[in-house]
Ligand binder design. Structure first.
Ligand SMILES: NC(=O)c1ccc[n+]([C@@H]2O[C@H](COP(=O)([O-])OP(=O)(O)OC[C@H]3O[C@@H](n4cnc5c(N)ncnc54)[C@H](OP(=O)(O)O)[C@@H]3O)[C@@H](O)[C@H]2O)c1
Length: 239
């Protein structure tokens, strides 16, 4: 039986890893991207060649544009009738303390990290009625690291939404989250930044994209789990 997932921000980095992992498990993947068109097309071509009996279409959408977000599911190619799952992975990660946070900056961080997943979840439930959703969070949600104030507030909201939606949309739609620790250095930061963060984790270990992907797969495939947040973070949330 066909099972199809839409993954946001799927062209590169963690999103591309989750896409390859789920494709390898038999999923069809709608590869969402914003700017990374070449990478999205390349990934789609790679998967199409490896699994010629399945579809791996690409779909562009700027998730900071709410009109575009609301119409995403109308733009899925016709040969995909049903989505069985949604992975809200796309994100922006910009620093700024509370006192430096302007209205514009707050809106920007909130739009991609919280509002877009909010309305994609709503549209998923309205359009497909049943299935499974995974929201990518961050281990930082258990703390109040002031340097990423707007980003963190958005991810904390998304964590609450995960639990609220899990309850509201049961029994038809399951909603879960993953809170990663250090997987890849953020854009514009090098490996030294990540090495510092890794050294502070209890397990002293970088989180493998493979481990994040396996957690996504577990949540998508386990029919008894909803409202759960897996901290795949080398133990960071404990300290
Ligand atoms: N990397 C880590 O160590 C880490 C740690 C904790 C949590 N996480 C979470 O795990 C997830 C994946 O992490 P990542 O580091 O791979 O993410 P990332 O590279 O920062 O972002 C993933 C994708 O989000 C898309 N995106 C950004 N702004 C967008 C917009 N306005 N509209 C549509 N798409 C937009 C980009 O797509 P395009 O390239 O196509 O523009 C980007 O490739 C994120 O939710 C992140 O918060 C990651």
């Amino acid at each position: 039986m066909r099972k199809t997932v839409l993954i946001t921000g799927a062209a590169r980095r963690v999103g591309a890893g989750i896409t390859r992992f789920l494709a390898n498990e038999g999923w069809e993947v709608v590869i969402h991207y914003n700017h990374s068109r070449d990478e999205a097309l390349q990934l789609s071509g790679e998967l199409q060649e490896a699994y010629p009996d399945r579809e791996f279409p690409v779909l562009q959408c700027d998730l900071s544009n709410m009109d575009a977000v609301l119409s995403v599911f109308n733009r899925i190619p016709d040969n995909i009738q049903q989505l069985d799952a949604l992975v809200n992975n796309a994100s922006t990660f910009n620093s700024g303390r509370l006192l430096e946070t302007s209205a514009d900056f707050l809106r920007k961080e909130m739009s991609v990290n919280f509002e877009a997943p909010f309305f994609l979840i709503q549209a998923f439930v309205n359009t497909f009625g049943k299935g499974s959703i995974v929201n990518m969070l961050d281990t930082k949600i258990v703390k109040n690291e002031g340097i990423y104030a707007a980003y963190l507030l958005a991810k904390k909201n998304l964590a609450e939404l995960t639990r609220m939606a899990a309850l509201d949309f049961a029994p038809d739609v399951r909603v879960n989250g993953i809170a990663p620790g250090p997987v890849l250095p953020p854009p514009r930061k090098g490996n030294e930044y990540l090495a510092d963060v890794i050294a502070k984790t209890p397990l002293k270990q970088q989180v493998a994209v493979q481990d994040i992907s396996a957690s996504v797969s577990f949540l998508l495939n386990n029919p008894s789990v909803t409202g759960q947040i897996i901290f795949c973070d080398s133990g960071s949330h404990l300290i």
